[in-house]
Design a protein around this ligand. Structure first.
Ligand code: SF4
Length: 337
């Protein structure tokens, strides 16, 4: 499939303008993401229509806690990524190519919708598991059809995408779960082979669009656990995205090329408390504790949504998303709203 977002340069080279890497590719060469290649002077999306991961997940797993809480979402993924995170939990599919990964199967956008329609309690389609930016064209084709049928589209992304394709996505996506991995260029450069600034730009564009946005930060001991940097991140989110921005702080476990120890729970608790100084809705992931799990009304403290594992109960909200105790409007998108 011919790709979107590229220009033809001298000597049949092409420049991909989908993500900030802006790879300049000779004939036969693939980009940093391994899945977009110059074929005879045209940029081709090699993973178009090829998926390896299809599951019905609780929407809380994305993670999204304030968007259709308690519902499921049909989640699909392919291969490739424009980042090379040393701590990637899905490196088997993200750090490979179509040629090197034998478990891909071919689907049409219509076939994905047909499968999604058979899933119980399903609210829509999530583009996830690997970075969906690097299968932009297939994601767009599914999402357009899905939106026409009244289903919700969710993109789980690293946010490393150029503004123009992101703005195109805003027409069909209803919610974004964005990974903000750290708040220093040095972390992004050395641990992800990318940069922070475009991710911040994407977050601002999504927030300004009014689409639903939640942010995730994986706390890695010794790598992004500097308190000063974390406070800077919280101040930036508060100022640029707003104090009602939902933040998930997630516990790191050794994986891929980062095999040192897991995040101590005490460190996670400490950063949770710091985040709560700036933001109204902070959650913790991958921890065995009740703390940072439920949604409380920031006005009166009433518990409005309780969670246990992936079981979710909306107990303290009226049908319009108001706190049943004090009437405070809680920024939650409920099914049917
Ligand atoms: S999407 Fe892939 S080919 Fe395009 S600029 Fe990014 S890494 Fe390079």
């Amino acid at each position: 499939m011919k790709a979107s977002y590229f220009s033809v340069e001298q000597d049949h080279k092409v420049r991909c303008t989908l993500c900030p890497h802006e790879c300049l590719l000779k004939v036969g060469q693939a980009g940093v993401c391994r899945v977009r290649r110059n074929v005879k002077g045209q940029l081709i999306s090699e993973n178009y229509g090829k998926l390896c991961s299809l599951h019905l997940d609780p929407i809380e797993k994305k993670p999204l806690y304030h968007f259709y809480p308690g519902k499921n979402i049909f989640s699909v993924g392919s291969v490739g990524c424009n980042l090379h995170c040393r701590f990637c939990q899905n490196w088997e599919i993200s750090q490979t190519s179509v040629k090197d990964y034998p478990y891909l199967k071919a689907y049409s956008p219509e076939a994905i919708l047909d499968i999604a329609a058979t899933k119980p309690g399903n609210s829509g389609i999530a583009y996830t598991y690997n970075e969906p930016t690097v299968w932009f064209e297939f994601m767009m084709d599914i999402a357009r059809l899905s939106a026409e049928k009244g289903m919700k589209n969710v993109m789980v992304t690293n946010g490393f995408i150029k503004p123009d394709p992101l703005k195109e996505l805003l027409h069909v996506m209803h919610a974004f779960s964005v990974d903000l991995k750290a708040f220093t260029e040095s972390f992004y450069k050395h641990l992800t082979s990318s940069s922070l600034k475009p991710v911040l730009e994407s977050l601002k564009i999504i927030r300004q669009s009014g689409r639903h946005l939640e942010v995730t930060n994986l706390l890695i001991p010794g790598e992004n656990d500097n308190e000063k940097d974390f406070r800077e991140m919280m101040k930036w989110i508060q100022a640029e995205l707003g104090p009602d921005t939902v933040l998930h702080i997630s516990r790191f476990f050794p994986t891929y090329k980062l095999m040192h120890h897991a995040t101590p729970e005490t460190l996670l608790f400490k950063f949770y408390e710091i985040a709560r100084e700036y933001l109204n809705f902070v959650y913790m992931g991958n921890v065995g504790t009740d703390k940072g799990r439920d949604t409380d009304c920031p006005e009166c403290g009433n518990k409005v949504i309780s969670r246990s594992g992936y079981r979710t109960s909306i107990t303290g909200l009226d049908e319009h998303g108001g706190c049943k105790n004090c009437g405070q409007q809680i920024p939650v998108v409920l099914s049917g709203s």
